[in-house]
Design a protein around this ligand. Structure first.
Ligand code: PLP
Length: 401
């Protein structure tokens, strides 16, 4: 690793990155490899690879205990989980969702002919703004999906109040919020149900996977049927269903991952503190704070680049970082409403969502996880500080390229 002391050292000009290897956002956590492989051997010995196997059941019971919920139904991924629970709840017509989220939140509705109605976010929390929901409710509205973005609980209390008063269904996309708390209770206990993702990029994962958790026993029974083609017994199909099952190999990665969950959180917490230290006082660079939250999982390092103070825009900074092998990501640019099919369906949405537009234009997600630490973060901080400190000169040089 070399130091970035002058503009001549920046890899966008030299082609020589500070880091020899690429640092990724969402690089998978592995946990205890021996324990995982032991369990994989057991799966092969037992020749029970999927269909509600013993490891899927063990994973579900462990999740129920950890989260303090009555029912956990694991699935092949969180997108199918959302589709299943949306259908099981009888949502139809229009459902209100934030646009600043991963595209799957919107697609899970549109896939089954339900219109996602995009609501703006709060500029400081990046979560759905409850104050803007009421205006979006029409006679066709059947529900709201809140997203706990970056693992920060959205304003659950306000959403509960609106949905109760207007007789709407409340569901949460909790893909980022595994292990997070809201008012002393773990995420997973709110609304009719909450959905977690265990995709490989999430800090606890099952390669591909997801889970629906609920305290509603009748809903849980419907979900179990729906995720298994509607089968009640060996040859008794009682409703329409799909294949939402999780395989045994995914479940054992989940169990192994759970055993290291505290270590993953500790590593991400330490990284968050390092970023805070090394980005402190850089004009226009604002690290999204988790300090006021009850027990964040710290899986995302989110930075806002305010160009008016930083002198450099988010996209230029991302370009500089990528050249240095820091593969920062523009999550969730440009927002669901600005991607197809929603862009064509709702051409007016851009004007209705000023905070989403502004936040999507300034947010960057930086690498974290147990494979990086203080040393790398100090260098990343140095690059960002240098880029902001020399913004004018860098921009001139970029134009001349
Ligand atoms: C990852 C993610 C999903 C989708 O999860 P999959 O398991 O990949 O289907 C949904 N919503 C949000 C907010 C996500 O980040």
């Amino acid at each position: 690793m070399h130091k970035v002391n002058s503009i001549e050292d920046l890899a966008i000009f030299t082609g020589k990155p500070v880091f020899d290897n690429q640092l990724f956002v969402g690089r998978p956590n592995i946990g205890n490899r021996e324990r995982f492989l032991e369990r994989v051997n057991d799966i092969l010995d037992r020749r029970w690879l999927t269909n509600d196997g013993r490891y899927v059941q063990e994973f579900e019971r462990k999740l129920e205990n950890l989260l303090g919920v009555k029912h956990c139904i694991v699935t092949c991924n969180a997108t199918i989980a959302l589709e299943i629970v949306i259908r099981a709840l009888g949502m139809e017509g229009e459902v209100i969702v934030p646009s600043f989220t991963f595209i799957a939140t919107a697609h899970a509705l549109q896939w089954q002919q339900i219109t996602p109605v995009f609501c703006d976010i709060e500029a400081d929390t990046h979560c759905i703004d409850p104050a803007r929901i009421e205006k979006l409710i029409t006679p066709r509205t059947t529900g709201i999906i809140g997203v706990h973005l970056w693992g920060r609980p959205c304003d659950i209390g306000a959403l509960e109040e609106i949905t109760r008063r207007r007789s709407l269904k409340l569901l949460f996309d909790a893909a980022h919020a595994f292990g997070s708390f809201y008012k002393g209770k773990m995420i997973g206990n709110f609304g009719y149900a909450e959905v977690f993702s265990f995709h490989a990029t999430k800090f606890v994962h099952t390669f591909e996977g997801g889970a629906i958790v609920t305290n509603d026993s009748r809903l849980a029974e419907r979900l179990r049927l729906m995720k298994n083609f509607g089968f009640r017994g060996y040859d008794d199909v009682v409703s329409v269903g799909t294949n939402g099952k999780m395989s045994e190999i995914s479940a054992v990665m989940g169990l192994t991952s759970l055993e290291s969950m505290d270590e993953f959180i500790a590593a991400n917490h330490a990284n968050y503190l390092s970023y805070k230290k090394h980005c402190a006082g850089i004009p226009g660079i604002k690290l999204l704070s988790y300090d006021h939250l009850e027990k964040p999982n710290y899986q995302h390092i989110v930075v806002e680049v305010h160009e008016s103070q930083a002198g450099i825009g988010r996209d230029t900074l991302v370009e500089i970082l990528h050249a240095e092998n820091v593969i920062a990501r523009r999550y969730f640019y440009p927002g669901c409403h600005a991607m197809e099919p929603y862009k064509s369906l709702f051409p007016e949405a851009r004007r209705r969502l000023p905070n989403t537009e502004a936040v999507a234009a300034r947010v960057v997600s930086l690498p974290t996880g147990p494979t990086i630490g203080e040393q790398e973060i100090a260098v990343i901080g140095e690059i960002i500080r240098f880029a902001v400190g020399n913004a004018g000169e860098i921009k001139k040089r970029i134009q001349k390229r």
